[in-house]
Design a protein around this ligand. Structure first.
Ligand code: AMP
Length: 212
């Protein structure tokens, strides 16, 4: 199976699709998760990052490039890049890194979703520290008991940046930054556009077909 770079707006379901691929043996590399880990450690860098995330802005390229480089250097087998690259500069940095590590067997998948649908998904999103995720606005994604994880019984949380104001900024920032990235990968014949408006199993089938 090929590795995959997800270029996907917030709340487009890349987390759900990543979980499906993880069960097929993929390593999930999410810059958002790595940044949240840094925040939880309460380091001074973590506090700086926390403010940036809460406003819905992007963390600077140097920080995320370094996080990605450290991960990719120590990797064997197919991986998912989730949330990176988010700027053209990051895409160019990644391409150089791939060349230096002889990584060529990958595809880029753009998950396409409207702002209205993504906003509904984000405002209903509930996550657990064990990695499970739910959505209170979709019957098939609700936890069995309100606010409690089906898998481990812990209390579910909403993300700090899943409020409407922050979400609209994140979505707009994403759109502004990703057009050049899409063009970049299109020129490399790596880009695949997949509608994220379908149900998650249909989207997963389409993705698996691309990564065969
Ligand atoms: P995500 O979990 O992918 O939605 O990311 C959450 C937040 O982390 C984003 O809104 C950004 O503030 C930050 N972030 C994640 N990945 C990147 C990246 N590649 N470049 C800059 N900031 C990022």
């Amino acid at each position: 199976m090929k590795s995959v770079i997800f270029i996907a707006p917030p709340a487009s379901g890349k987390g759900t699709q990543s979980e499906i691929l993880k069960n097929l043996g993929y390593l999930h590399i999410s810059t958002g998760d790595m940044l949240r880990e840094e925040i939880n450690k309460e380091t001074s860098l973590g506090l700086e990052i926390k403010e940036i995330l809460a406003k819905g802005n992007l963390v600077n390229d140097e920080i995320v490039n370094k996080l990605i480089e450290n991960k990719l250097k120590n990797i064997a087998g197919p991986f998912i890049l989730d949330g990176y690259p988010r700027t053209l500069e990051q895409a160019e940095y990644l391409n150089n890194l791939f060349n230096s590590l002889d990584i060529y067997n990958y595809e880029v998948i753009y998950l396409d979703i409207s702002l209205e649908e993504a906003l509904k998904r984000a405002l209903g999103r509930l996550t657990c520290s064990c990695g499970a995720s739910y959505n209170k606005y979709y019957d098939e994604l609700k936890p069995q008991v309100d606010g409690i994880c089906d898998k481990c019984g812990k209390t579910l949380k909403t993300r700090d940046d899943d409020n409407e104001e922050s979400f609209r900024i994140r979505f707009k920032t994403f759109k502004e930054n990703t057009e050049p990235i899409k063009n970049y990968y299109e020129k490399m014949s790596k880009l695949h556009i997949v509608s994220a408006m379908e149900d998650s199993s249909k989207i997963a089938d389409r993705i698996k077909e691309i990564l065969k």
